[in-house]
Write a protein that binds this ligand. Structure first.
Ligand code: ATP
Ligand code: LTN
Length: 344
């Protein structure tokens, strides 16, 4: 993998502001993985780009959800975006189901996406295994809806964790195919993947991605859990028995904790190895727990304050949906015209 598919912090702010789109599913309580892999970067990007950040509830129902939980988590997801530092004055925040263009464009794009290419998606394979009792068509066409999200807004960049790279690639393929037939309709988006934090692994099985829908809460750090809980979970994280803090193959647990430590402190793996030279895992885990709890402290305090103000959050949602609808309709009407739909 070249350095440059990862973020290029050296990328200067462009003349005409470029567009960014990203989203998180309200499928559970947001984790440290979501924060370091995605949302932390969204905040950094909003000064230099025009950003749209979405709570992707349509995607969440590809896995069975309890309706009251989904509704509550949608509001909580938006509150977390704000608590993490997304500024409603700078960025558009909205809920995917509030803008019908997403489902509309997804239908059209589905007719330009191959069964074969969807079958190759690793997320589909993983989730079909996890939910073998409910392998639905939505789970299969999930990437088409994601392509619609991105292409509707002519996004140039999509800040996501590494697990989503394949979905950006299929989005590019579908966009190029469509453009090849009808001319330049869609901007071809690039992934924007952080150098550290691109993949935070589970605390209980460090060979797997940390995931908010993991039924075992010990496997993840939730962005909004208590300081003590975070420190306790990290203390209990699964590691090897080698007792040397070193980044190396086969040391998935320690590699993961080093990645987390590095993401919060900005220290390189070499520096971390030196810092903990001669010290045991106990000391290292305590330090990781502390930096993690410190790094999330402000977000947690902001969240506790904002979540109480439902009217404020609903205002952001409503305003965001109006703006997003306006922008999305420009692309959707162009697409409808290009494919030959009769104008109203
Ligand atoms: P689910 O468990 O419901 O599949 P998830 O926790 O994997 O959810 P998503 O909503 O699928 O989260 O992802 C939202 C964003 O967070 C994406 O950009 C994704 O790449 C990023 N992300 C999710 N988990 C991680 C992780 N463990 N490490 C880095 N980035 C992550
Ligand atoms: N599939 C993504 C969530 C998502 C997304 C998007 C991310 C849906 N639509 C558009 C970026 C851009 C995931 O993280 N699982």
């Amino acid at each position: 993998m070249s350095e440059n598919i990862n973020i290029a912090p050296e990328q200067a702010a462009p003349e005409k502001r470029k567009r960014i789109f990203s989203g998180v599913q309200p499928s559970g309580i947001l984790t440290l993985g979501n924060y370091l892999g995605a949302i932390k970067n969204w905040v950094a990007l909003q000064n230099d780009y025009d950003c749209l950040y979405c709570v992707v509830d349509l995607h969440a129902i590809t896995v069975r959800q309890v309706p009251t939980d989904l509704r509550r988590r949608t509001l909580e997801g938006l509150a977390l975006y704000v608590a993490c530092g997304i500024d409603p004055e700078k960025s558009i925040m909205f809920v995917q189901s509030h803008v019908p263009s997403h489902a509309e464009l997804a239908w059209v794009l589905g007719c330009y996406t191959g069964f074969g290419e969807l079958s190759r998606m690793t997320q589909f394979k993983d989730k079909s295994q996890k939910h073998s009792d409910n392998i639905n068509a939505g789970l299969f066409t999930y990437p088409v809806l994601m392509a619609a999200d991105i292409l509707l807004y002519q996004a140039d960049l999509v800040p996501v964790g590494l697990d989503q790279k394949q979905h950006i690639e299929i989005t590019r393929d579908v966009a190029q195919r469509f453009n090849g037939i009808y001319g330049d309709v869609f901007t071809i988006p690039e992934p924007y993947i952080p150098k550290t934090g691109m993949k935070i692994n589970s605390l209980t099985d460090p060979t797997k991605k940390m995931s908010k829908s993991d039924p075992n809460p010990a496997s993840f750090v939730a962005i909004i859990e208590s300081r003590d809980e975070t420190i306790r979970k990290i203390k209990r994280a699964v590691t090897d028995s080698d007792a040397v803090v070193r980044y190396a193959e086969g040391k998935d647990g320690i590699n993961n904790l080093m990645t987390i430590y590095s993401s919060f402190t900005g220290k390189s793996f070499d520096e971390i190895e030196k810092e903990f030279d001669g010290k045991g895992y106990g000391d290292f885990k305590a330090a990781v727990g502390e930096v993690c709890a410190d790094g999330l402290e402000n977000v947690r305090a902001e969240y506790a304050r904002i979540i109480k103000d439902k009217a404020y959050l609903e205002g952001i949602m409503k305003d965001g949906a109006e703006k997003a609808l306006y922008l999305s309709k420009k692309t959707l009407s162009k697409v409808y015209k290009k494919v030959g739909f009769y104008a109203k």
